[in-house]
Design a protein around this ligand. Structure first.
Ligand code: TRP
Length: 74
């Protein structure tokens, strides 16, 4: 059985305003942006950390839920 905190855990981002950016950063020694997703107010994105993505940067007002808990960018 999977335990919480595995790489395939998903996380939820809910935008609280228009134009929230969800930016994926590459895994490995070269850390760079590889994907940017724009969410409008009340849009939700469900994503995982993957072989390609080891970090996520969120710009704008949003609620982020993970297996570690919930955080807001406010
Ligand atoms: N192709 C990307 C990947 O498999 C898609 C992705 C997964 C992603 N998680 C993300 C993009 C988080 C942005 C943020 O890694």
């Amino acid at each position: 059985m999977e335990k919480s905190g595995d790489k395939n855990d998903f996380f939820v981002i809910k935008a609280l305003e228009d134009g929230v950016n969800v930016i994926g950063l590459t895994r490995g020694s070269d850390t760079r942006f590889h994907h940017s997703e724009k969410l409008d107010r009340n849009e939700v994105m469900i994503a995982q950390f993957t072989d390609h993505t080891s970090a996520v940067k969120i710009r704008g007002k949003a609620i982020i839920q993970t297996s570690h808990g919930e955080v807001s960018t406010e």
